[in-house]
Design a protein around this ligand. Structure first.
Ligand code: NAD
Length: 488
């Protein structure tokens, strides 16, 4: 495979039963920095999905009987191999998704390796609890068995990072899997199949079908041979998958959208809070489900915070992601149009746009004139009822608003349908902890953002999802637990 050969599109293949399989129909995949086709991906149909599920089912009796140590050995080889291929994978992730290569090297690819390593190590040290009942002459304990075939469906924003967060725990606990990455960013998942094959994972244990959600994804979630569905993506698709899973009584995990808030109290150290908040709003072009999309600043420091935020944001470099830039292009033309439409809504709702919006095409070197670029955008003076303050934009747009009291800010932060995460900045420990415990979100960062041990539960509440993932929490999803009561 040559990733530097941009003249001919890269043709990728499904990975089924340990073989790369050509497709009869392909979809174009675009380089977001140029708008040109750079890869063709299989437009898989229900027959391809059925083939993949059958191979997974056939491999399950063998794989589920391997020991945790045997499985961990292969997963650690995969982690090593991802690290050895860091440069190639980072280049591909950047070209496919639009993120700066430097970010993919620092965040996405190392995290993909860590996913395999962390779940491999954790499965070897998992201990089940037991409860002795001597008065009855019994001991109770539990055993966990893999569920069977897992359908793993992932989005386009952190392609390899998020898919491996599903693959690693599913395989570590003895399941076989069928993956369906986003049709917008399939390339690094396909590259991973080669690394997995070389690491010696038995044929059929991992299968990958590429294509659209409406055809390949729909066939996968409805397949009777699938026992558990793990989905990360939008709330609307998650709602639909939840209904399908409920109809078929299948286990399901849903990691969905967010409308995350930053809270800046008047005693926050702005030399740290400002740059960290900028990072939380605009890293990966604002295309991380955990990105800050609303910032509430205590009134006494509102003006100062806004000035510093806008000044530092204006200095961020936006451009071709191959260069040393902070932000590359958005993932697609459709997504760019959606993000721009929210800025239009904000204007109609009376907002002031303090910085951002379009990138002067001519300031970009050829061939980047048709890329999907936008500058990091800061908006203020919006009512909380505006769609911009309520709906997920999932791009580099943030809305700022002042607040007066602790009670007020808690109420306003919680007053959205989502509940994924928040970041709170200040110095009074008692206030920070009091607020953190009243926010209706799955994760609260205090004086930091995006730092988390993989042993901690990750997930959202309200319309941000159902279920938690993390070393022991993913085990809940990918295993069935049986209680055994033994009379001695
Ligand atoms: P999406 O829901 O459009 O697509 C996600 C995946 O689902 C893709 O692989 C897609 O092909 C597939 N899909 C679509 N329709 C399907 C169907 N009917 N049946 C089965 N599969 C189907 O989401 P997206 O636009 O790719 O990603 C952006 C969304 O993901 C945002 O809402 C973001 O917040 C969310 N997200 C959440 C988390 C989290 O951990 N909570 C992480 C990253 C992204």
């Amino acid at each position: 495979m040559s990733l530097s050969d941009t003249l001919k599109p890269l043709v990728i293949e499904n990975f089924i039963g340990g073989s790369f399989v050509k497709s009869s129909k392909y979809l174009d995949s675009f380089d977001p920095s140029t708008g040109e086709i750079w890869a063709q991906i299989p437009d898989s149909d229900p027959t391809d999905v059925d083939d993949a599920v059958q191979h997974a089912r056939n491999a399950f009796p063998m794989w589920s009987k391997t020991t945790a140590a045997e499985r961990a050995k292969i997963l650690i080889k995969i982690a090593d191999s991802i690290e050895e291929n860091l440069d190639k994978l980072a280049q591909a992730e950047s070209k496919d998704q639009g993120k700066p290569v430097s970010l993919a090297k620092r965040m996405d690819i190392p995290r993909a390796a860590l996913n395999f390593r962390a779940f491999a190590e954790s499965i070897c040290h998992h201990v089940n609890i037991s409860n002795n009942l001597p008065e009855m002459g019994c001991i109770n304990f539990t055993v966990r068995n893999p569920v069977g075939v897992a359908a793993l469906i992932s989005p386009w924003n952190l392609p390899l990072y998020l898919l491996t967060f599903k693959i690693a725990p599913a395989l570590a606990s003895g399941n076989c899997v069928v993956c369906k990455p986003s049709e917008i960013t399939s390339v690094t998942s396909w590259m991973l199949c080669k690394l997995i094959k070389d690491a010696g994972l038995p044929n059929g244990v991992l299968n990958m079908v590429f294509g659209t959600g409406s055809k390949a994804g729909e066939a996968l979630i409805n397949h009777q041979g699938v026992n558990v569905i793990s989905f990360t993506g939008s709330t609307n698709v998650g709602r639909h998958i939840g209904k399908v899973a409920a109809n078929n009584i299948k286990k399901v995990s849903l990691e969905l959208g967010g409308k995350n808030a930053g809270i800046i109290f008047d005693d926050a150290d702005l030399s740290k809070a400002v740059p960290a908040t900028i990072n939380s709003c605009f890293l990966n072009q604002g295309e991380i489900c955990l990105c800050t999309s609303r910032i509430f600043v205590q009134r006494a420091i509102f003006e100062e915070f806004v000035q510093r935020l806008v000044k530092e944001t204006k200095n961020l470099k936006v451009g071709p992601p191959t260069e040393d830039v902070f932000m590359g292009p958005l993932v697609s033309q459709v997504h760019l149009d959606k993000v721009r439409s929210y800025i239009d809504i904000a204007r109609k709702d009376g907002a002031r746009v303090l910085c951002g919006e379009s990138v002067d095409e001519l300031s970009l070197p050829a061939p980047y004139h048709k890329g999907y670029f936008i500058r990091p955008t800061i908006i203020t003076e919006l009512p909380d009822s505006s769609a911009c303050m309520q709906e997920e934009i999932f791009g580099p747009v943030v809305c700022l608003s002042p607040f007066d009291s602790e009670e007020e800010v808690i109420e306003r932060v919680n007053n959205v349908k989502y509940g994924l995460c928040s970041a709170v900045w200040g110095q009074k420990g008692d206030r920070l902890l009091r607020v953190a415990q009243q926010l209706h979100v799955g994760t609260v960062w205090i004086n930091c953002w995006l730092v988390r041990s993989l042993d901690m539960p990750f997930g959202g509440m309200k319309e941000s999802g159902i279920g938690r993932e993390g070393t022991s929490h993913s085990l809940e999803l990918y295993t069935e637990e049986t209680t055994i009561c033994y009379k001695y």
